[in-house]
Design a binder for this molecule. Structure first.
Ligand SMILES: C[S@@+](CC[C@H](N)C(=O)[O-])C[C@H]1O[C@@H](n2cnc3c(N)ncnc32)[C@H](O)[C@@H]1O
Length: 290
């Protein structure tokens, strides 16, 4: 296990279960965002996320879920993601241990490979759970979005004692549209399942206060920690793959080299080539005529 810190933010290169047992006190974490491997056969640097059965995957999840629940403050919240096919296992387990406040669907535009013999996968489920059903942080005013029903034309609600226009903003519902992170986006890092900063912004703004401690046990590119840093929260991010830890170290400004290796941002410039490998000119390469 290796630990790096900077001004209220800690990055661990470790298995999260090792960090839980020795490094984080019970009852100290205000918000957990857990985005584990989904058990769908995706490659993460040195391992492929496939368990022998869904039940074996669920057993693995139950171990870290129990540890996460213990780390939460009494008013703490946990958001958990996994694949659509595995979420029922976690939902059934969690509903006996926490209060599930919302079952959220994060949906997005079509994936690169189009499904031909089934409906393409266009969403991922998120469970929003709290320890105490009647006592948890939820900053509704900090996450309001534009209300699209009626408000645009300033329709008047005549059911009120004094008729007034409908609200122009509202607390978001449980179907969230955020584009997936694509190569040319400024936030893109080299990771197969990076989550959008906008998704984490909503979760952190809603379910934590400035200064709260936020834990991400499967940090990947450390999106949670980077957004926590920007929003004035503290964070702990844990990641078992060194390549991804390096991304976190750079993204959070912890250091700009590790063991003598410079931590440089990804080079996103690319040259388009045709089938023969000949470079296709970019629009900016075209000769000007006038
Ligand atoms: C779904 S990705 C998380 C992506 C992340 N939310 C982001 O925005 O980049 C899951 C991550 O968990 C890491 N991981 C898998 N098993 C782990 C474990 N036992 N402890 C810590 N990290 C683990 C994987 O290497 C992978 O980067």
């Amino acid at each position: 296990m290796r630990k790096f810190t900077r001004e209220g933010h800690a990055i661990y290169h470790a298995d999260c279960t090792d960090v839980f047992s020795s490094e984080i006190c019970d009852g100290t974490v205000g918000l957990i965002f857990a985005d584990p491997p989904y058990n769908i056969g995706k490659r993460f640097a040195t391992f492929v996320d496939k368990w022998p059965t869904d039940a074996a995957y669920a057993d693995w999840c139950k171990v870290w879920i129990d540890a996460c629940i213990a780390k939460l403050t009494p008013t703490g919240s946990m958001y958990i993601m996994t694949s659509t096919q595995c979420m029922p296992y976690l939902d059934l387990y969690l509903r006996d241990r926490m209060s599930i406040v919302s079952r959220i669907v994060w949906h997005y535009d079509s994936s690169g490979v189009q499904a031909k013999k089934k409906y393409g996968s266009m969403y991922e489920p998120i469970l929003f759970c709290v320890k105490e059903a009647n006592n948890y942080t939820f900053n509704a005013e900090d996450i309001r979005v534009e209300a699209r029903t009626g408000s645009r034309r300033k329709l008047i609600d005549y059911r009120k004692s004094i008729p007034a226009t409908y609200n122009t903003t509202k607390v978001p519902g449980n179907a969230w549209f955020f584009p997936r992170v694509r190569f040319r986006m400024p936030e893109y890092e080299n990771h197969p399942t990076q989550k959008p900063e906008a998704l984490l912004e909503r979760i952190i703004a809603a379910s934590s206060k400035p200064g709260d401690l936020i834990l991400d046990p499967f940090a990947g590119t450390f999106t949670t920690c980077a957004v926590a840093q920007r929003l004035g929260r503290q964070s702990i991010g844990i990641e078992r793959e060194l390549d991804f830890v390096k991304i976190g170290l750079r993204r959070l400004g912890v250091c700009d080299e590790l063991d003598g290796e410079p931590l440089r941002p990804l080079d996103k410039s690319y040259k388009r080539r045709n089938a023969n490998g000949v470079r296709i000119p970019e629009p900016t390469d075209q000769p000007t005529l006038f």
